[in-house]
Structures are given as C-alpha cells and as structure tokens.
Ligand binder design. Structure first.
Ligand code: PLP
Length: 404
C-alpha cells in the first residue's frame, strides 16, 4: 500500500473484534474429513473429543453436549434437583447458571460475591446453608421475596468460576459436606484454570465447560460435562440422547430426555482445539499481560486481580473496573466511536426482567454484585489479538478518560 493511502484506510489493528476464535487449517481439515464420511453424529469424533477432555481433566467421564447450558441442565437433573428445591448460587454470572434451575422449577438462592474475584462469597454460602438448614425464621432472609416455599429443601450449591478464576472451592466443599449438598461447578469460563493446583471443572461433583466461539476453546456451539460419578454419567448420557437408557432401541425412551448431542463436525473442531489447548491458553495469557502493562499508566482503571488460590488463571474475558466516579456508559460509547467494542460484564441476574417478575428481586439486594456490574467493562479480548490492537485499545481508552 502507498504511504499516502494510510489516511483513508482504517488500519487493520484498528478493527478490533470483541472476541475471536483461534482456528487453523487443522480444524478445517478435521471438519472436512468428517464431511467425507456418512457419520455426522454419534461417531468417533465425539468419542475422541470426550477422551481428550477426560485425559486433560483426569476424570472418569466426559460427556460432550451441544452447549454449556445443556451441560449444566443435565447436571441439575443428575443431582436430583426438582420442583421447589433450593440451590445456592451467584447473581454475578451469565444467566445460564441460574436458568437451568428454573428449567426444573427449582429456586436459586442468590448470595453475594467477593468484591475482588466476583466469585461467590464462601462465608455467605456457609451462613445461608446454616440458616436454611436450621429452619424457617432464620432461612427467611435468604429466600427471594416471593416464589419460594418456606419448607423447601436445600439440595445443592452451584458456584461459577468467574472470568477464568476458580471459586473458593475448599470452603464451599466444606459446607456441602456438612449439609450433604451436591456441587455443580459452572466452569464454562474456566477450562484450563487451576485452583490450588487442581483443575477447574473437577472441584465439585460435576463440572461443565462451554465452547461458544468466545471461550478458551470452541466447537462453534458446544459444551462438556466432567465427573467421576459413573452412575450420574450414565444418566446424563441417556438424557443427552432423548432419554434412551443403555439397551434401549432407537424408539425406546426410559427417561424424559433431550437432544443435547454434540455433532461430529463440532466434536472434530474440539478435538483439534484440545490438542492446541496449551498454545491457546498461553496466547490468551500473553494478551492479558500486554493489557496489564498498557493499563498500568491509565488512572481510574483497575485491571483484573488474580488471587493466591488461583494457581493458574485461564483468561476468558478481560474485564476492567472503573473508579465509581467514571461514567462507564459514556466511556463505552466513546470507545465504540473509535471502532472499539466493549461490554458491561455482568448484568446482575437477579435484576433481569423475568427474574424480578418471578421472584420479586429489587435493586439493592446484592450490593457487591450490583457495584461490580456497574463498574465493570469487558474490553476486546482473544488469543489472536495483536500487541498493536491492545495498545490501540488502551491508547483510545486513555484518551477518552483524560477528556472526561
Ligand atoms: C458461556 C457460559 C455458559 C454456557 O454458555 P452456552 O452459550 O450455553 O455454551 C454458562 N455459564 C457461564 C458462566 C458462561 O460464561
């Protein structure tokens, strides 16, 4: 390109997507190879993909499904969570983690989060479990304003590994043991993360990864459940496949099931992505470090903090926090005028319209979650981002903030 053309072009590094998958020729070849066979579902690719994940996570069972949400839903079924049952979880998450409880007419008991990590606060989990176990009057403060039964039983805890940092799981496990609760770990943002040297996803009874294109690895759409519970795994495999139990014929359905199967093309992409996991995680780590370096000189912007129990962070999104005095909406708008997308992360679940309608939640009920929701902004992030792109985003952010 002629030098003089520069002023008329949007430079490549100025065209930054919010997120981007990292796909190579190997993934494309693998999909094409599947398309040369007659087996587009339930073939050898799903088996290989599940094997790759169970090897990685060192678990007995890995069950590929067609979304992270589907995986969480099957865990809820396997944990025996049903109508009116109570499950302690966090309002600072993607909606799926609470929605899967509503799918079964169960009731999420939200407890507020740690202000540093955004992960569920284990002390509040302990108090909530104790109060709910002790009975009606103490339990009352933990229940939603409406839509829950006072004599319902507490069945499980559903922590989320927020933004690739595992929840404080030793303390949560301790509570689960005391009150005999199942733990469903939503590790949909945390494939590759480690908690005190242990892999995210295997920190509870069942764990779930997700493979939407913005996650650490992708299958297009997809997810995977991991567990050491063989009986639960057998049930979840049946439920994934329209409720067909082992030995059922194609038109026999022992259970009320779903079509949550992951097709062979998606599984093939996933198999290759798993073989590249270290590379993918390292690239994301590298981009996160560029961001940290560039942001250090911008006042009013806090980079993500990694706590000591996170022995390995698996970067999912890059969420910064602004000083309360900064108008986040305005910053986001100005960034978008420079061609830089950004996203508030998370909008608290308890304030979503269908949640307030069903349970009567109001603003002010989970102040830490709400404050994080107000101050946080996800910047463009992926493993294929270049250093120039990171610098451009930070330069523009710095400019916008200094002109405030
Ligand atoms: C991505 C994600 C999921 C699952 O998402 P799907 O789009 O259904 O694959 C669940 N929980 C959290 C916290 C997530 O970030």
């Amino acid at each position: 390109m002629e030098k003089s053309d520069f002023s008329h072009q949007i430079l490549d590094y100025q065209n930054v997507p919010m997120s981007s998958p990292d796909i190579t020729g190997a993934e494309r070849d693998a999909v094409l190879a599947v398309l040369h066979t007659p087996n587009l579902s339930m073939g050898k690719e799903i088996e290989s993909f599940e094997k790759a994940i169970s090897n990685y996570a060192d678990c007995r069972q890995a069950i590929g499904v067609n979304s992270g949400t589907a995986g969480l839903h099957l865990c809820v079924r396997a944990a025996g969570i049903g109508e009116n049952d109570l499950v302690i979880t966090s309002p600072f998450s993607f909606v799926s983690s609470a929605n899967v409880l509503l799918f079964e007419q169960a009731v999420p008991i939200f407890v507020d989060v740690d202000p540093v990590t955004g992960n569920i606060d284990p002390e509040r989990v302990r108090t909530a479990a104790a109060d709910l176990a002790a009975g009606i009057s103490a339990a009352h403060i933990w229940l939603p304003p409406r839509g829950a039964k006072l004599d319902a039983s507490l069945k499980a805890i559903l922590p989320i590994d927020v933004f690739g940092q595992p929840a404080e799981m030793d303390a949560i496990k301790n509570v689960a043991q005391t009150y005999q609760l199942k733990i469903v770990e939503d590790a949909c943002e945390a494939l590759g993360a480690e908690y005190k040297g242990r892999k995210a996803g295997m920190l509870g009874d069942y764990g779930v990864f997700a493979f939407y294109p913005n996650k650490q690895i992708t299958t297009g759409e997809g997810g995977c459940i991991i567990t050491n519970d063989e009986n639960a795994a057998m049930l979840m495999r049946s439920l994934r496949n329209q409720g067909r139990a082992p030995g059922d014929t194609w038109l026999q359905h022992t259970y009320l099931g779903y079509n949550y199967r992951l097709d062979e093309m998606s599984a093939a992409i996933g198999r290759i992505q798993m073989s590249r996991l270290e590379e993918l995680l390292t690239r994301r780590q590298c981009v996160a470090e560029w961001y940290r370096g560039c942001l250090a000189s911008i006042p009013g912007v806090e980079p993500p903090q990694i706590v000591a129990s996170t022995t390995r962070v698996s970067w999912f999104v890059y969420v910064v926090r602004f000083d309360p005095a900064i108008d986040r909406e305005h910053v986001a708008k100005r960034l978008s005028q420079c061609g830089i997308p950004s996203r508030p992360y998370f909008a608290p679940i308890h304030l979503q319209p269908y949640m307030t309608e069903r349970f009567g939640y109001k603003e002010g009920m989970f102040p830490v979650t709400e404050a994080l929701g107000r101050r946080s902004l996800a910047l463009p992030f992926s493993g294929v981002m270049t250093r120039e792109q990171v610098e451009y985003v930070c330069e523009m952010l710095s400019e916008v903030l200094s002109s405030e």
